[in-house]
Write a protein that binds this ligand. Structure first.
Ligand code: GLU
Length: 437
């Protein structure tokens, strides 16, 4: 039987608790989600048949503000997965000092098997089912794996129909034409690049002149929204991207791939096959077709898992050869694998910091929707850089001070802010839902 993702995620919390002084009550409250909703979504298919899909929305903790987190459409979505993703959102928002709690949603399906009209009916049906569980002041969804601005637009529209008032701030990651923020669609990858640059500077300050040269070769697992954008930033900054992959496999060349061509080919064909250079891109550079497992164990300076959770576990951690890992996906490394990687001297930069650019610009989108004043792309990116680099610097210094992993440092930072908020809010939450009312 596979281990519970949430149980594994909580082990990270236990490690960080040793270094913080938050009350036992606050720590206890963070062990389980505040509320989990499971819904059935009936969808009329194009052939006239009715299909019922399973969906979830989980609020993990709302002490620091309305809960926030994406909606995933994927065949592997389970309640356990959504709960752990909501857990990570809670710590991500706290680590970035974003005034939100954590949530997540998901529907178990393969969206590639649905027509566009079926996908729209499913997206609207999901909002019908969870409408009373979300809201601009309570819980604000966003995109995640296999959901996108088009889907967020349908969902915002459906919520506005139900409430009989236009409600752009109920969901983020919308199309710009419907109140989305400039820079939101690239924010996860751009934020990851800012963190990587900041951490490279800290690492090089730490190194003496005789130490190994600065990192240059990179492998990226996942060429979706986040993976492709971070690969492009690194390519533009002069890194050699030796391998990229998608769910069907990857390509490798020690000379480095031409990321703009791969991006263009993928955008033109809308096909994952683009990653394999099925057409003209093949001729740009000689490459070898590799599996995702091979990609993860390549001898590179930087490995970027940007796909799904649990990609590096106790089963394959020993084979990892990268010097640094930047987690652009949520939860790509299990806790057991963390220990193996640490023993091998590999430094892991954790998801709750590295991929927090997405939720940071989601927060900016919500602020813009509520104020009615919209920012330029430059303004968005400058604010993103300021907020995520500040978190990266703080977390780096905590790791140096306590001599912990960067992951534990990120949890220490998040826990300090969560614990302070919980204790400041008092104890009312402990008795109002009990026998006294
Ligand atoms: N799904 C993204 C994440 O995991 C973004 C969430 C959001 O923007 O609310 O961080």
């Amino acid at each position: 039987m596979t281990k519970s993702l949430l149980t594994d995620a909580s082990r990270r919390l236990d490690r960080a608790l040793k270094y913080v002084t938050i009350s036992e009550d606050a720590a206890e409250r963070l062990k389980a989600p505040k509320a989990s909703l499971k819904v059935s979504i009936p969808v009329r298919m194009d052939d006239g048949s009715l299909k019922v899909f399973e969906g979830y929305r989980v609020h993990f903790d709302d002490t620091r503000g309305p809960t926030k987190g994406g909606i995933r459409f994927h065949p592997q979505v389970t309640l356990d997965e959504v709960q752990s993703l909501a857990f990570w959102m809670t710590f991500k928002c706290a680590a970035l000092n974003i005034p939100f709690g954590g949530a997540k949603g998901g529907v178990t399906l393969n969206p590639k098997e649905l027509s566009k009209a079926e996908l729209e009916r499913l997206s609207r049906g999901y909002i019908d089912a969870i409408a009373n569980f979300i809201g601009p002041d309570t819980d604000i969804p966003a995109p995640d794996v296999y959901t996108n601005p088009m889907i967020m637009g349908w969902m915002m529209d459906q919520y506005s129909i139900i409430r009989q008032q236009r409600s752009p701030a109920v969901i983020t990651g919308k199309p710009v034409a419907l109140g989305g923020s400039l820079g939101r669609s690239t924010a996860t990858g751009t934020g990851a690049f800012y963190v990587l640059e900041a951490m490279m500077e800290h690492l090089s300050n730490k190194r003496s002149g005789k130490q190994p040269s600065s990192p240059k070769t990179v492998a990226v697992q996942g060429f979706g929204n986040a993976g492709a954008v971070v690969a492009r930033h690194l390519f533009d900054a002069g890194y050699t991207i030796v391998a990229v992959s998608d769910s069907r496999g990857g390509i490798y060349t020690p000379n480095g791939l031409d990321i703009p061509s791969i991006q263009k080919f993928k955008a033109d064909t809308r096909s994952v096959k683009a990653v394999y250079c099925d057409g003209s891109v093949c001729n740009l550079v000689e490459h070898e077709v590799i599996t995702n497992d091979t990609l993860l164990s390549l001898d590179v300076d930087i490995l970027i898992p940007a796909a799904l959770e649990n990609q590096i576990t106790a089963a394959n951690a020993d084979a990892i050869q990268a010097r640094y890992i930047f987690e652009v996906a949520n939860g790509p490394i299990s806790t057991d694998a963390d220990d193996i990687l640490e023993a091998k001297g590999i430094t892991v930069f954790p998801d709750i910091l590295v991929n927090a650019g997405g939720v940071t610009v989601s927060y900016f989108e919500w602020v813009q929707n509520r104020s009615g004043l919209y920012w330029t792309l430059d303004e968005v990116n400058q604010r993103l850089k300021k907020q995520i680099v500040a978190a990266a610097d703080t977390i780096w210094h905590i790791a140096q001070t306590h001599k912990t992993s960067v992951r534990t440092a990120a949890y220490i930072h998040a826990l300090n802010s969560l614990g302070a908020a919980m204790d400041a809010r008092g104890t009312r939450a402990d008795y109002v839902s009990g026998n006294r009312e």
